[in-house]
Design a protein around this ligand. Structure first.
Ligand code: GDP
Ligand code: IMO
Ligand code: MG
Length: 431
């Protein structure tokens, strides 16, 4: 019985959505276990593009059950925007194929306001977040007193009792951040969220029990990680990370299913590196408007799905990816966007760093140390042939094949999938 986790090994946007979509047919349940609407997962099939933020991409397969686990933070407004967009595109979404945990935490508009004020006034300390209220909501979850779980919205009297002191606290906090901060009213929020609950109710479930029952009945689960492992709150490039465990470390806590039930962890890597938001990025190509960084950005259409921000681009970093592959217990690799590199004479891969004059080959995840790391590169020849039509390993030019083999060697893991374009069909299964 398959229990697979698809996880990004870089700073997000590795094209996890495409891999999840490719693997869904082999599974019965698709589970998001971390993050929220900060994610942007793209699936392209038959010329049609679908973008997912909060919902698992499994929703595209109505015969599957898609699950938003307890580890996710949910903004009901977004939930319905996404459900309605999918329905408008002819995708059936109902309580039987999309369930959401009653233990998932709820994002309120005061979370968005708190994040906006902190980021805008943050100066050098700003993280460069997606502005979706993710950090403040997780902060409240861990702090306990000011957090609300989705299941609580079904009890209006209880909710109003909870929101009274919470909103008073939040209003004072927001005012202390800025005299012009938005202020909120507990009764209005209670009314709005009680109304939202009427729509959420058909989807609400004890998802931990549901997953355990599924496993007992022999069903297989596909975990869809959001963000990348280097954005994991514990193991990523702290503090320039997201506020959840985006590596497979989050599977257990964010779904209630023991991680030892996983039978396969697929590590998704771009053939180069990107990052959105602030934080150290040793292999970043800051080489101007005519440089390779800009070329990769243009060819790979490297602009954030959620915020539209240009993604920072750079060479593949084997030191960083080796670290996250070990962290996640990765079994095999999916190498994505190989086609984007087709136009380059030569390619570079960071195989080690130099830190304060010393060569190191382990990844320092503390941002203040990583900032001081200079990549040590090896250079490989480019292939300068369009590979987007390749469908089997033999279709790849030998230099492209050597590049993929080198990534595999450096990470000491087999490559099972190579992707040469956004569409489902632009995929090479290597074994
Ligand atoms: P995710 O967040 O990891 O799911 O990745 P995103 O969807 O944010 O970003 C990946 C982008 O690359 C999407 O626009 C995909 O449609 C696109 N994509 C996926 N695979 C390939 C590929 O092999 N080549 C190219 N050129 N684009 C790809
Ligand atoms: P997917 O699932 C890339 C980044 C933000 C910011 C940091 C914290 O599409 O790979 P947050 O809003 O989470 O508090 O922002 O994390 N970030 C992502 N970068 N892909 C994502 O998701 C991201 N989700 C968050 O840019 O640097
Ligand atoms: Mg994305």
């Amino acid at each position: 019985m398959a229990c697979t986790c698809v996880v990004g090994l870089q700073w997000g946007d590795e094209a996890k959505g495409k891999i999840v979509d490719l693997l869904t047919a082999e599974h019965d349940l698709v589970v998001r276990y971390n993050g929220g609407a900060n994610a942007g997962h793209t699936v392209v099939r038959g010329g049609k593009t679908f973008k997912f933020s909060l919902l698992p991409t499994g929703v595209l397969h109505p015969h599957l059950r898609s699950v938003i686990g307890n580890g996710v933070v949910v903004y009901p407004v977004r939930f319905f925007e996404e459900v309605n967009q999918l329905r408008a595109a002819g995708v059936p979404v109902g309580g039987d194929n999309l369930v959401v945990s009653d233990h998932a935490h709820v994002i309120f508009p005061y979370h968005l306001e708190e994040e906006r004020l902190l980021e805008e006034g943050g100066g050098e300390q700003a993280i460069g977040t997606t502005g979706r209220g993710i950090g403040p909501c997780y902060q409240d979850k861990v702090g306990r007193r000011h957090a609300v779980r989705l299941g609580e919205l079904a009890h209006p009297d209880h909710l109003l009792k909870r929101l009274g002191p919470i909103v008073a606290y939040k209003n004072a906090l927001l005012r202390s951040l800025s005299p012009t901060a938005r202020q909120f009213d507990a009764e209005t929020l209670c009314r709005d969220y009680t109304r939202a609950m009427e729509q959420v109710r058909p989807h609400l479930a004890d998802t931990t029990r549901l997953l355990h029952e599924g496993l007992k009945a022999g069903k297989s689960i596909l975990y869809e990680a959001a963000q990348g492992s280097l954005l994991d709150v514990d193991h990523g490039t702290y503090p320039y990370v997201t506020s959840s465990n985006s590596s497979p470390a989050g599977v257990w806590s964010g779904s209630g299913v023991p991680a030892r039930r996983l039978t396969r962890v697929v590590g998704v890597i771009k053939a180069y590196s990107t990052r959105v938001g602030r934080g150290p990025f040793p292999t970043e190509l800051n080489d101007g408007p005519d440089g390779i960084g800009e070329k990769i950005r243009k060819t790979g259409r490297e602009y954030g799905t959620v915020t539209g921000r240009p993604r920072r681009c750079g060479w593949f970093d084997a030191v960083a990816a080796r670290y996250s592959a070990a962290l996640g217990g990765v079994d095999d690799l999916a190498v994505m966007l190989l086609d984007v590199l087709s136009d380059l004479d030569e390619l570079r891969i960071a195989t080690a760093y130099e830190l304060d004059g010393e060569r190191i080959d382990c990844f320092p995840s503390d941002s203040f140390l990583l900032e001081r790391c200079k990549p040590v590169y090896e250079t490989m020849p480019g292939w300068r042939v369009d590979v987007s039509g390749a469908r089997k390993p033999a279709d790849l030019p030998s230099a492209a094949r050597r590049y993929v083999d080198r990534l595999s060697e450096l990470l000491k893991l087999p490559v099972s999938i190579v992707s040469v374009g956004p569409d489902r069909v632009q995929t090479i299964f290597m074994r």
